[in-house]
Write a protein that binds this ligand. Structure first.
Ligand SMILES: [Zn+2]
Length: 381
C-alpha cells in the first residue's frame, strides 16, 4: 500500500519536473494568418521592394518551419477560398463555394474555432474583406453557399458567438433583403443586445479596447471591403490590418484560457485578380506588418512563445503572379519588379506554409491543406 503511494508520489513529482515536454505539444493560443491568394512570387516582389534583392526577410519568412500544401478542392483542381479555408477549419475537402458544410447533407466536424471556444478560449476573426467573406466564414459558420453572407453574420452572433469580429460588411449585419439562404435581419443590433461593443472607426475600436471590452463587433466599411492600402488617405478612418491585429490581441489576451484567432490579408487576392501590382504591394506590406505585430506580441513573453501556434499560409495562389524582370539589372529598396500574371483567376499550385510553436514541425513538409486542421486540433488538445 505504502509502496504504491510512494510510486504515485514519485510519478507526480516526475511530471512536475518535466512540464515542458507536455506543454510543448499543446497550444494555449492558436493564430492562423492568411494572405489570401498569395503566391511565392508575391513574397519575392514585396521583399525586394522593402529591402532590395539582398534585403531582410519579411516577418513571416523567418518562422521556424517552412512547408507547402496542396490546395485542390473536392470538385476542382482550382479551389476557391471557401473549400480552401474549410479544409483548414473543418479538416476535409469541400466543393467550391461550400463553407464547412456539404450540399449532400453529410455531417461535418466542428471548426477549429468552435473547438477552441468549447475549450474556454476566446475567439477572433479579422479580415480586410467583409468579415462574412469565405475565409473568415469557414472558421465561424456552416453554409453550403459562400454568398449567404447575412446567414454567416447571423451564425457568428447567434450560434458561434465569435468574441471579436473586425472587418467590413455593414450591410451583412443589417440586411433588409434576404441572401441566397433566405436570411435577413439586424444582427448588429442583436450583437449589441448580447453585449458586444459595436465600433465603426479606428478611434472607436481603440476606445473599446481601452475600456476592456471582450466582445467587439468592428464593421469599418461596407460590403465592398475595406479601403485598399494604396487608396487610403489621411482622411481614412478605418483601422489598417496591423492595427486591427494589435487590437484583437489586446482583447484576446484577457482570456486566461488562451484564444484562437484567424487574421486575413483578404485583398492580396483581389489585387492579383485585378493584375494590379501597386494594390498587391500595399496589401502585402500591410500583411507583413500584421505578422510583425503578432510576432512582437509572442516574443514579449517566453511563455507565449512556447504556448502559441502561429501558422501563416495562403489558401491558394491567385493570378499566377511572376517576377519577370528586370532581366539585366539589380533591384534596390523601393524599386519594383517587372510584374506578370498568367491568369486573372486562381491557379492550382501549392502554397507555402510558415509556422512556429506547438505541433508546427508537422507542417515542415509537403502536406495537404486538410493536414493543417489536424495540426491545429492536436495543438488545441
Ligand atoms: Zn482565397
Amino acid at each position: 500500500m505504502r509502496k504504491t503511494k510512494l510510486a504515485a508520489v514519485a510519478l507526480a513529482a516526475l511530471s512536475l519536473l518535466s512540464p515542458a515536454s507536455s506543454r510543448a505539444d499543446g497550444a494555449r493560443n492558436v493564430i492562423v494568418m492568411v494572405p489570401d491568394g498569395m503566391g511565392l512570387a508575391d513574397v519575392t516582389a514585396t521583399r525586394i521592394y522593402k529591402g532590395g534583392l539582398a534585403g531582410s526577410p519579411l516577418s513571416f519568412e523567418t518562422l521556424e518551419h517552412i512547408g507547402y500544401q496542396r490546395t485542390y478542392s473536392l470538385n476542382s483542381a482550382i479551389t476557391d477560398s471557401a473549400p480552401a479555408a474549410s479544409a483548414w477549419a473543418c479538416g476535409e475537402k469541400f466543393n467550391n463555394g461550400e463553407i464547412c458544410l456539404h450540399r449532400d447533407g453529410r455531417p461535418v466536424k466542428p471548426s477549429v474555432l468552435e473547438l477552441a471556444r468549447r475549450a474556454g478560449k476566446a475567439t477572433a476573426l479579422v479580415a480586410t474583406s467583409t468579415i462574412t467573406h469565405a475565409t473568415p466564414a469557414s472558421f465561424g459558420a456552416h453554409v453550403v453557399n459562400r454568398s449567404c453572407e447575412n446567414e454567416i453574420a447571423r451564425q457568428y452572433v447567434e450560434t458561434t458567438h465569435v468574441d471579436v469580429l473586425l472587418g467590413a460588411g455593414t450591410g451583412k449585419f443589417n440586411a433588409a433583403r434576404p441572401d441566397a439562404c433566405g436570411t435577413m435581419g439586424n444582427f448588429a443590433q442583436e450583437a449589441r443586445n448580447a453585449g458586444y461593443a459595436h465600433v465603426t472607426t479606428r478611434e472607436e475600436l481603440e476606445r473599446a479596447v481601452a475600456a476592456g471590452h471582450r466582445l467587439v463587433l468592428g464593421l469599418f466599411a461596407g460590403d465592398g471591403g475595406m479601403t485598399p492600402e494604396y487608396l487610403r488617405t489621411a482622411a481614412t478612418t478605418e483601422p489598417r490590418l496591423p492595427e486591427m491585429t494589435r487590437a484583437a490581441l489586446r482583447i484576446l489576451e484577457r482570456n486566461h484560457s488562451g484564444f484562437f484567432a484567424m487574421i486575413e490579408g483578404s485583398q492580396v487576392d483581389w489585387a492579383n485578380h485585378a493584375d494590379n501590382y501597386d494594390y498587391q504591394l500595399g496589401e502585402m506590406l500591410a500583411f507583413d506588418e500584421a505578422v510583425a505585430v503578432v510576432r512582437a506580441w509572442i516574443d514579449a513573453d517566453p511563455e507565449r512563445k512556447e504556448d502559441t501556434l502561429l501558422v501563416v499560409v495562403a489558401d491558394h495562389d491567385t493570378g499566377g503572379f511572376a517576377v519577370n524582370g528586370p532581366q539585366s539589372a539589380l533591384l534596390h529598396a523601393g524599386q519594383k519588379v517587372e510584374p506578370g500574371w498568367t491568369t486573372g483567376e486562381h491557379t492550382g499550385v501549392d502554397t507555402i506554409i510558415w509556422s512556429q510553436g506547438p505541433q508546427s514541425r508537422r507542417l515542415a513538409r509537403a502536406v495537404d491543406n486538410t493536414d493543417v486542421y489536424d495540426v491545429i486540433v492536436k495543438a488545441l488538445d
